[in-house]
Ligand binder design. Structure first.
Ligand SMILES: C[S@@+](CC[C@H](N)C(=O)[O-])C[C@H]1O[C@@H](n2cnc3c(N)ncnc32)[C@H](O)[C@@H]1O
Length: 330
């Protein structure tokens, strides 16, 4: 990464840190929406949760809010009934095979991660991805020196839901906040404004297959950050670590790189590996994997994440299915 890049973005800064303060701040979140075939809101009462390996017990129970949507795996599989007829993807059988996913939630880990980033917010702030509006609410609660917050969100349903739940209830926050419907990629390319803080969080989980795209976003963000401004990305250091660990394990197990579709970062690592002669040390592997993970940049529009190999999954079952989806078929 170029030096000027590092001045505004520190790739080793971590947000996966337990911070009890993050769990005690009141947030305006949407009310329950019954299950439907698009997007709904679930609430759960919890008394304990694991946060980065630490079991936290709440003094009194708390309500956890999740935004849930049908799994996008229905786009990758075709299901037939006993007569051999194709079943439409909105049939209930799909939700048994591919259970709905919590798209966003205020679980403790999310709260801690966004809180860690919010502590650095200052001046003119640009946010990529509204989500539940947790990060900007933290910025205000922390009394950060905010001049304005501009949030770019591509989903109009999210904008409506969160505007009602949050900005409709807090007029001080509303005065300083602008929500723009659109993609952060387009906004960063088409605007000539400079920001003092840019917070990027448009990807749904910490899957390292997002890294090439995040690096692409970082490149765009770099052109819109003020001289001493600061860019933060949700989960970046954690994703780099996961990628390096995966590359090390795959190499040790003599993974058959050519049998799978690879995302741009893993492809770059595989190319590096095949250019090496003889035994490669663990340090060399880690160094090369890390270099690929922080430098390779490609928009997600240029590759299908679900068709690229990963060892990552929200569960073991997920990880197996992900890896099978990426196998090349003859
Ligand atoms: C994980 S959530 C963000 C959570 C958020 N940081 C918070 O404070 O609650 C990701 C959000 O980014 C939005 N999103 C996804 N891709 C986007 C894009 N290219 N441009 C703008 N928003 C996007 C999603 O619709 C979703 O609302």
């Amino acid at each position: 990464m170029a030096d000027s890049f590092i001045n505004n973005f520190n790739p080793i800064w971590r947000d996966d840190i337990f911070d009890k303060q993050a769990l005690d701040i009141h947030l305006y979140l949407p009310d329950v929406i019954p299950e439907n075939n698009q997007l709904w809101v679930e609430k759960q009462i919890i008394s304990q949760e694991f946060i980065f390996g630490h079991l936290h017990t709440y003094a009194s129970c708390r309500e956890m809010t999740s935004l849930v949507k049908p799994s996008d795996m229905a786009d990758y599989y075709q299901v037939r009934n006993e007569k051999g007829e194709i079943i439409s993807s909105d049939h209930p059988v799909f939700s048994y095979m591919f259970p709905p996913q919590a798209w966003m939630s205020d679980i403790g880990e999310e709260l801690c991660m966004m809180f860690a980033a919010a502590k650095f917010a200052k001046g003119r702030i640009l946010v990529g991805g509204l989500g539940l509006g947790i990060y900007p609410q933290f910025v205000f609660s922390l009394n950060c020196p905010v001049e304005s917050i501009t949030i770019v969100e591509r989903d109009p349903v999210i904008i409506r839901l969160i505007t009602e739940a949050w900005l409709g209830k807090d007029l001080i926050h509303r005065d300083k906040t602008t929500i723009i419907e659109g993609t952060i990629e387009e906004y960063l390319q088409k605007n000539d404004l400079l920001f003092d803080t840019i917070y990027l969080d448009t990807w749904e989980d910490a899957d390292p297959r997002f890294l090439a795209h995040i690096n692409y976003l970082l490149k765009l963000a770099h052109s819109r950050i003020s001289f001493d401004g600061d860019i933060k990305c949700w989960g970046y250091a954690q994703m780099i670590d996961t990628f390096v660990e995966n590359a090390k394990n795959l190499t040790r197990k003599s993974f058959l790189w050519n049998d799978y579709h690879l995302d741009p970062v893993l492809q770059a690592y595989s190319d590096w590996l095949s250019s090496q002669n003889g035994e490669v040390t663990v340090d060399a592997i880690k160094h090369a994997a890390r270099e690929c993970a922080v430098t390779i940049n490609k928009s997600i529009d240029t590759y299908d994440r679900h068709r690229c190999f990963t060892g990552y999954g929200r569960s073991l079952h997920d990880a197996y299915r992900n890896s099978e989806l990426s196998r090349k078929v003859d």
